[in-house]
Design a protein around this ligand. Structure first.
Ligand SMILES: Nc1ncnc2c1ncn2[C@@H]1O[C@H](COP(=O)(O)OP(=O)(O)OP(=O)(O)O)[C@@H](O)[C@H]1O
Length: 367
């Protein structure tokens, strides 16, 4: 098992990525971030596909600076299985061991072991055109691992699969990654991938790391707006104050401090959308924090309806994306629809205020 130590900088067109990260031996780290945050660029840089301006990458005891793609011992699995169409599943998996110098029989033996590992023994003689998307991706997993990579890079490995195939391939990938103990970095848009597979999350925003931590910790206590959205929580950035948190534009969000935080320090207020009440008029005499919002969208969310807020033209930008989960009956009673101006209200007892993470302080998550 190998540790990955990476400190890379790369530019693509007008975009710049600067990321330092460590993946411990055998650890699975998921990289999350909005579209265009630089996730694929990071993976491609580690795979050796781009020429970085800073290239300090150490895998195990080897520096990968300037090492070409095929000598890195890095396996890359992308959305599409990208199998060689003219080769059987077995020969696809045997291709890497053959290229690394194994004899034909030995490489086929290796391929058969890996196909068994991904429950694809029965598919060994099939060409890719005779495989379903999920079957092809299982073969692609076997092919990536048959090269015995020291680092496995997964670029949205389930994104091209249909919803029925995804859970089985996801749990299979979890099983083989854990069984092999291969150090793994995975890009995903799906929080479920992160929850099922990843020990730790790294959140990218505009080419920089804005948050990192153990998966459960980041989802329970996100410190960046993106991680909060992924975790299904509302997050308001600001600075800690005795009553809760003050936003950059001076609004007070009443909340409790479950752990000591120095007043005036960068902090985030977190609350669950289900604890937000929605009103057409500002509730009078209420001890709640009341936020004027414009309704951007309404969508089903389990038994509830999720109302998504957009900042009004004159209101603060941090309101954008806040959510309230209310019952269908409440929506009918309110008679609201997208575009309406309404009020979100939340009680101080439902809001927790945490110090903002060190990584987040340099990022865009804070004012
Ligand atoms: N071939 C290219 N030439 C120039 N710029 C590029 C190229 N590919 C990507 N970029 C830019 O690099 C930035 C990061 O792209 P990247 O694909 O790494 O983001 P991402 O986080 O993987 O996004 P997504 O979630 O949409 O896949 C984007 O702003 C994009 O416009």
């Amino acid at each position: 098992m190998s540790r990955l130590l990476a400190d890379v900088a790369v530019t693509r067109g007008g975009f710049s990525l600067e990321v330092a990260l460590t993946v411990e031996p055998g650890e699975v780290v998921a990289v999350l971030g909005a579209n265009g945050a630089g996730k694929s660029t990071l993976l491609g840089t580690l795979a050796g596909l781009y020429r970085p301006t800073r290239d300090e990458v150490v895998l195990g005891d080897r520096s990968l600076a300037g090492v070409p793609v095929h000598r890195r011992r890095v396996g890359l699995l992308s959305q599409q299985a990208l199998l060689f169409p003219h080769l059987s599943a077995r020969d696809n998996v045997a291709f890497g061991p053959r290229a690394a110098g194994s004899g034909r029989r030995a490489a086929r033996g290796t391929a058969d072991r890996w196909l068994a590992m991904v429950d694809a023994t029965a598919l060994a003689d099939r060409r890719p055109s005779a495989l379903s998307g999920g079957q092809a991706q299982r073969v692609a997993i076997a092919r990536a691992l048959a090269c015995e990579p020291e680092l496995l890079l997964l670029d949205e490995p389930f994104a091209a699969l249909d919803v029925d195939a995804t859970p089985a391939v996801r749990s299979l990938l979890r099983r083989v990654v854990r069984a092999t103990g291969v150090t793994t970095l995975m890009v995903t848009h799906d929080v479920l991938d992160a929850v099922v597979l990843a020990d730790r999350l790294v959140v990218l925003d505009a080419g920089r790391v804005v948050e990192t931590g153990p998966t459960a910790e980041v989802l329970r206590r996100p410190r960046s707006a993106f991680a909060a959205r992924v975790a299904g929580l509302d997050l308001v950035p600001g600075r800690s104050c005795p009553e809760g948190l003050t936003t950059a534009d001076g609004m007070l969000i009443g909340g409790i401090h479950p752990e000591p935080v120095a007043h005036g320090e960068p902090a985030v207020a977190l609350f669950a959308p289900a604890s937000v009440s929605v009103f057409r008029d500002p509730p009078k005499g209420s001890p709640r924090t009341t936020l004027p919002v414009r309704l951007a969208a309404m969508e089903p969310h389990g038994e509830l309806v999720r109302l998504r807020a957009a900042a009004s033209a004159t209101g603060p930008g941090w309101i954008d994306g806040l959510a309230a989960d209310v019952t269908p009956a409440a929506v009918a009673e309110l008679g609201v629809e997208p575009g309406d101006e309404v009020f979100f209200a939340v009680k101080a007892a439902e809001v927790t205020v945490y110090p903002a993470g060190r990584e987040a302080q340099g990022g865009s998550a804070l004012p």
